[in-house]
Design a protein around this ligand. Structure first.
Ligand SMILES: Cc1cc2nc3c(=O)[nH]c(=O)nc-3n(C[C@H](O)[C@H](O)[C@H](O)COP(=O)(O)O)c2cc1C
Length: 161
C-alpha cells in the first residue's frame, strides 16, 4: 500500500494514516510503503500504521544494504555502520554481476538499464564524481570492471598505508 495518489507522483507527503485505515479494514497482510528511507522510518511505519511489513523503494537505490540495517535496527535498536568505500564499490560490482546472472536480457541491454542504478551508489572516495560520470557510458560488465577495479585497488592501497 503506497499512500499517494498516482497523480501525485513522488511529490508531497504520503499519508500513512491511510495505511493504518486499510490495515484496520482488511484481514490480509498489509505492506506499508512510501518515504521509508532509514531504519527509524521503518520502525515508525510499523508503529504508526500497524502494518505487517514495510517496503522500501527509492531508499534502496544505491543502498541495497538498507534492508540489513532495517532488520538489525528492528531486532536490536542499534544502527549498523554505513558500508566503507571499498564495500560500496564491491557491492556495485556484485549488483551488476547478479543482474547479469539473472536477467533475461542480453548484456548490452541489461548494462544500459543498470547505468541508472549503479550511478546511485555514493562511493565516498576522491574522484567519485568522475567515476560516476564514467558509469553513465558503460555498455558491458568489462566496461564497469575497467572503471571500478582500478578505483578499488587505489582505495585498498590508500587504506593499507
Ligand atoms: C526504480 C523504481 C521502479 C518502480 N517500479 C514500479 C512498478 O513497476 N510498479 C509499481 O506499481 N510501482 C513501482 N515503483 C513505485 C514503488 O513501488 C513505490 O510505491 C514508490 O517508490 C514509493 O515508495 P518509496 O518512497 O519507498 O520509493 C517503482 C519505484 C522505483 C523507485
Amino acid at each position: 500500500m503506497h499512500a499517494r495518489l498516482a497523480v501525485q507522483g513522488f511529490t508531497g507527503e504520503p499519508d500513512w494514516n491511510v495505511i493504518r485505515q486499510v490495515k484496520e479494514a482488511v484481514s490480509v497482510p498489509v505492506i506499508g510503503n512510501g518515504d521509508v528511507v532509514t531504519p527509524q522510518d521503518a520502525a515508525r511505519m510499523f508503529t504508526e500504521t500497524g502494518c505487517d511489513g514495510v517496503m522500501i523503494g527509492r531508499g534502496a537505490l544505491g543502498r541495497p544494504w538498507v534492508f540489513k540495517q532495517v532488520a538489525h535496527y528492528l531486532r536490536t535498536g542499534e544502527m549498523l555502520p554505513e558500508p566503507t568505500p571499498i564495500e560500496r564499490m564491491e557491492m556495485t560490482l556484485m549488483h551488476a554481476r547478479l543482474t547479469l546472472e539473472h536477467t533475461r536480457f542480453r548484456e548490452a541491454v541489461a548494462v544500459r538499464e543498470l547505468r541508472g542504478q549503479l550511478t546511485k551508489y555514493h562511493f565516498g572516495v576522491p574522484g567519485a564524481a568522475a567515476l560516476r560520470e564514467k558509469l553513465v557510458h558503460i555498455n558491458t560488465m568489462a566496461d564497469l570492471e575497467a572503471i571500478l577495479l582500478p578505483a578499488l585497488d587505489a582505495q585498498r592501497e590508500w587504506e593499507a598505508k
